[in-house]
Design a protein around this ligand. Structure first.
Ligand SMILES: [Fe+2]
Length: 519
């Protein structure tokens, strides 16, 4: 058998990547919109366009009444329609927490043609994806109708699930900038020392709020204020500095923080933190000058400090953006390799999730987790160089084919080795390419033994096997976690896998699946 050239394969996948990058761009549009009610329609329209779907609907579930209501229905006047949870495709998708991908709705028993009859729309293909919270409970479902360029694919399913996860994560952690706290502390300490004041606070703007990231003199307080409220809020909106000599005489002063804390604010100096683009990033505020009120010189000095803070904040934003970009590229790479074989969509990300779960059990630091995360996401990247026919062959592989598949780890090492990775990630190609090595030397491709195998590779090996055994495949039912752990235990007893790593995966699994008392 002739195997295809890895270089050609890479070229083909690069084209696929271009499409995937377009998908990542959706995130950028979405990130710029902070109003949640405008955000939903925006996301839906962007994703529909990406999927070539005719229209889309967002269903939210009310578990108390066991019904669904349409939060947003693109292209039709169907907002706010309530339907029973047990009726229809969206309900089934929510109840089973599984994606439903249908070529022809009218041939599907659960399809409810009532809305078509009312609207005159003719539903053909349908893709319904559940929206799952961290706790695994479905909050609703996204439904897409009538793909204009064919049928919804496995890759479509996978990408929408990914988009939902990313969106939920972004919403939870906020869209605003984050300046490293240590740096911010230095600025505020400088402020208190130079201006001889009791308190100093640095606020960053986040959506319709400003949030304190450092409050000197009021330790441990996380202050969130509505924008336009109080002196800091006013400065955050107007972008004009304020020097208030008698706070209580100023109607814009918000007394509530004082009332809550028993503190007495006399005078305030507050200046905006403005980016080069003119965008107001936050405010910096000094309270109660020890010997009187703040002067014109104080204000000039604080304005200079604010411009330094602005640069720091902008840099932090750029670094954040770069990191996001890096993560996006990694995900695109992982998704492109998983997309090569539709049976394994999501495999790499799931392996990464298990590997990080193990690492946390082991007490890994943030930096080590980052390295492991990249290696786990890209462990199978060398499958790019493996012939599709061999990769997807349903039956038993010949010796020649098996030897060919085993080459994917060498390809992983070669391709990742050619990537420009920062020094932190230098060990990634080696770690990723040793995920099929076994402690007793029976693995491939080098047959390394024991401590010659990088420790992180041993973690990925356990995560990889567990994922492969417990994932749903079209050709076989997923193995139960009990059965999968029995196999891992056997492998650990035979000294092929590290028993401690296996037990860490068990602890992680038990924690993330409460109530399922299997050990
Ligand atoms: Fe592999």
């Amino acid at each position: 058998m002739k195997f295809s050239d890895p270089e050609q394969e890479i070229q083909r996948l690069e084209q696929e990547n271009a499409k995937l990058r377009q998908f990542i761009d959706i995130g950028k549009h979405v990130g710029a919109e902070h109003n949640i009610d405008r955000l939903f329609p925006l996301i839906m329209t962007q994703i529909s366009r990406f999927l070539d779907a005719d229209r889309s609907t967002l269903f939210l579930v009310n578990w108390e009444n066991r019904n669904l209501w349409t939060k947003y229905a693109e292209g039709m006047a169907g907002n706010g329609v309530t339907i029973e949870l047990k009726m229809g495709i969206a309900g089934m998708c929510i109840l089973t927490r599984h994606v439903i991908n249908i070529a022809n709705a009218y041939e599907y028993s659960l399809f409810n043609p009532e809305i078509d009859q009312k609207t005159g729309f003719r539903t053909e293909s349908v893709l319904a994806v559940p929206i799952l919270g961290d706790d695994g409970v479905a909050a609703g479902a996204l439904q897409f109708f009538n793909k204009t360029t064919g049928l919804f694919s496995r890759l479509d399913e996978y990408q929408i699930q990914q988009a939902i996860r990313d969106f939920l994560r972004q919403e939870k952690h906020g869209f605003g900038p984050c300046i490293p706290t240590e740096k911010a502390k230095t600025f505020v300490a400088k402020l208190r020392q130079r201006l001889q004041c009791e308190r100093g606070t640095l606020y960053v703007r986040e959506n319709s709020q400003i949030r304190s990231i450092v409050s000197e003199g009021i330790e441990g307080m996380d202050i969130r204020l509505n924008i336009s409220l109080g002196i800091a809020g006013t400065v955050a909106v107007t972008g004009k500095p304020m020097n208030i000599t008698d706070a209580y005489a100023d109607p814009r002063f918000d007394k509530r923080t004082d009332e809550r804390t028993g503190y007495h604010t006399r005078c305030i100096l507050c200046v905006p933190i403005i980016a080069c683009s003119g965008e107001i990033l936050g405010v910096i505020q000094a309270i109660n000058k020890k010997d009187g009120v703040f002067t014109e010189t104080d204000m000039e000095w604080l304005t200079t400090l604010a411009s330094m803070v602005a640069i720091s904040l902008e840099n932090a934003l750029l670094i954040q953006e770069q990191q996001r970009q890096f993560t996006s590229v990694l995900k695109v790479m992982a998704a492109s390799i998983d997309a090569k074989d539709s049976l394994t969509a999501g495999h790499s990300e799931q392996v990464e999730k298990y590997a990080i779960g193990i690492a946390r059990e082991l007490g890994f630091g943030e930096s080590e987790q980052d390295i492991l995360s990249v290696a786990a996401l890209l462990h199978d990247y060398g499958k790019l160089g493996i012939d599709d026919q061999v990769l997807k062959k349903p039956g038993k592989l010949t010796d020649e084919e098996y030897a060919h598949i085993q080459k994917h780890v060498a390809f992983t090492r070669k391709i990742l080795g050619n990537m420009h990775l920062s020094s932190k990630y230098r060990s990634v190609p080696l770690i990723a390419s040793c995920h099929h090595e076994r402690l007793d030397g029976s693995g491939y491709d080098k047959g390394l033994k024991g401590s010659d195998i990088p420790f992180m590779s041993k973690i990925i090996a356990v995560a990889d096997i567990f994922e492969a055994l417990t994932a749903n495949r079209h050709y076989r039912k997923a193995m139960s976690p009990v059965e999968a752990f029995a196999i891992l235990d056997m492998e650990a007893d035979a000294r092929r896998l590290d028993p401690h790593i296996v037990s860490c995966l068990k602890s992680f699994w038990t924690k993330t699946n409460p109530g399922s008392d299997i050990f």
